[in-house]
Design a protein around this ligand. Structure first.
Ligand code: MG
Length: 110
């Protein structure tokens, strides 16, 4: 099967055109910030691969180690923006998660 035939089969199913309607501005903002977060995580991963020197040679030559600080910041800032869009109390979320981890550690005797 070639790509054109595969594309026609997928289009015939029609599922992708009816399933994902976003109605509100908030939904659109959440989707946008989620995609943006994925992009920023990808950029951070790219820099980590360069630090570990498991990146392509062309990328290693262009890599500036100072950029990794910026990418960590991008991930954190975008996460905070996404939390705001999704109306998530990020302080409470982090505090609750830390409590959960500490509780797990204490029950395991760590
Ligand atoms: Mg970035």
């Amino acid at each position: 099967m070639n790509l054109k035939t595969l594309q026609e089969k997928v289009n015939l199913q029609g599922k992708h055109t009816t399933r994902y309607h976003l109605y509100t501005q908030q939904e659109k903002e959440i989707l946008t910030m989620t995609v943006k977060l994925n992009e920023e995580v990808g950029e951070l991963c790219n820099d980590i691969l360069s630090i570990l020197r498991v990146q392509r040679k062309a990328k290693l030559e262009k890599f500036d180690k100072r950029n990794v600080y910026e990418e960590f910041a991008d991930v954190i800032l975008t996460t905070l923006q996404l939390a705001s869009s999704a109306k998530v109390d990020i302080e409470r979320a982090v505090e609750d998660k830390i409590k959960k981890i500490e509780k797990r550690k204490s029950t395991k005797g760590e």
